[in-house]
Design a protein around this ligand. Structure first.
Ligand SMILES: [Zn+2]
Length: 344
């Protein structure tokens, strides 16, 4: 199915190309994204109380049209939805939550949206109030990116934000360590920091099934970034979380993008090895001392980037630099522009 999606434009596909049944009570809906990432997975769980939507897709005309076809195919009306659960508030997961909420309201049903406290704060900052553009502008300058490029990169933020309207109202928060009923399943809420500060994932122990959001993906490595409001060392916390999660028995992990993960431990090990190798390269790139921008240009091939992708490359390079700084391998100098130098 992945091959077909890569080749055929969305408007030539039928709903059966987007919607598939994972098991008795879970459907996967693949929605298009106007980024290189291409598409996002949404999960629909049937339960006695109604349907749960787990992650929502970016709000574009294409995604909304497919959503409406999917509801028709499954015989769901907006009033049959009981709740929306979000792993995190990135636009490709949060975007259509508000629209779905409005649809349900129009049919006389309240549709509560749940996410973690930190992700709610993130949505507030990024999508509702949006002072983030200014913060990001300063952040990228601090990384040593030339101002002309910063301007280009910043322009794309507005476009992403458009896909998050109307904004959702949050009914309550998902606390790591607690249980959450999703469809007819009892799931443990597990903190999964790194890709997003407050991302949570959902584990159904009985079935050894994990809804893993963007914490673990197959073929592509989730972006781990140091953003303007990041807590210290997101990469360090991500790697620690991979270690903890390798003790969890998972027979199938349902991710936010790409294919279902069967070899859970194997994939965790690959991701850890990937970051170890990149940390080693990052350290080498700081001889002589370098800015995050200079390091990013060595780690990646910048000629391939759209301005939108540059943003992710920068914060990814910075996450590796900050991880090495916390580990005592690098020191950071300067205020307006940060430079990293090796500690010998
Ligand atoms: Zn995503």
């Amino acid at each position: 199915m992945m091959g077909a999606l890569d080749r055929i434009p969305w408007w030539m596909m039928s709903i059966s190309d987007h919607l598939s049944r994972i098991c008795e009570d879970i459907y996967q809906l693949i929605l298009p994204l106007p980024f290189a990432l291409n598409h996002v997975n949404v999960y629909l769980l049937r339960g006695d109380e109604g349907w749960t939507v787990l992650d929502c897709g970016l709000h574009t005309a294409e995604a909304a049209a497919i959503w409406s076809e999917a509801k028709q195919a499954l015989g769901i009306q907006a009033k049959d939805l009981s709740q929306i659960i979000l792993t995190h508030a990135h636009p490709d997961h949060y975007g259509m939550a508000g629209m779905m909420q409005k649809e349900a309201e129009a049919e006389g049903r309240e549709l509560p949206v749940y996410l973690s406290v930190e992700e709610a704060a993130f949505a507030e900052l990024m999508w509702k109030r949006a002072p983030h553009a200014k913060l990001m502008y300063r952040h990228l300058l601090q990384c040593g990116m030339p101002e002309e490029t910063v301007r280009e990169v910043s322009d794309t933020e507005h476009f992403t934000r458009k896909g998050t309207f109307p904004q959702a109202n949050f009914a309550g928060f998902l606390m790591p360590g607690s249980q959450k009923r999703i469809g007819n399943r009892n799931c443990e809420v597990i903190a999964a920091p790194g890709h997003s500060e407050g991302q949570v994932i959902f584990y159904d122990e009985e079935d050894q099934l994990l809804f893993c959001g963007d914490h673990v993906l197959i073929k592509i490595t989730p972006n781990i970034g140091f953003w303007p409001k990041s807590r210290p060392d997101p990469l360090g916390r991500y790697l620690a979380s991979l270690k903890t999660l390798s003790a969890v028995k998972v027979s199938r992990a349902l991710p936010g993008h790409r294919a279902i993960i069967q070899d859970w431990r194997g994939r965790l090990a690959e991701l850890s090895a990937h970051h170890d190798a990149r940390l080693a390269k990052t350290l080498l790139a700081c001889e002589p001392p370098a800015t995050a921008y200079e390091v990013a240009a060595q780690l990646f091939d910048p000629t391939r980037f759209t301005p939108h992708e540059w943003r992710f490359a920068m914060v990814e390079a910075l996450a590796h630099l900050e991880c090495l700084r916390v580990r005592g391998r690098l020191r950071r100098r300067g205020e307006t522009v940060w430079q990293y130098e090796r500690v010998n």
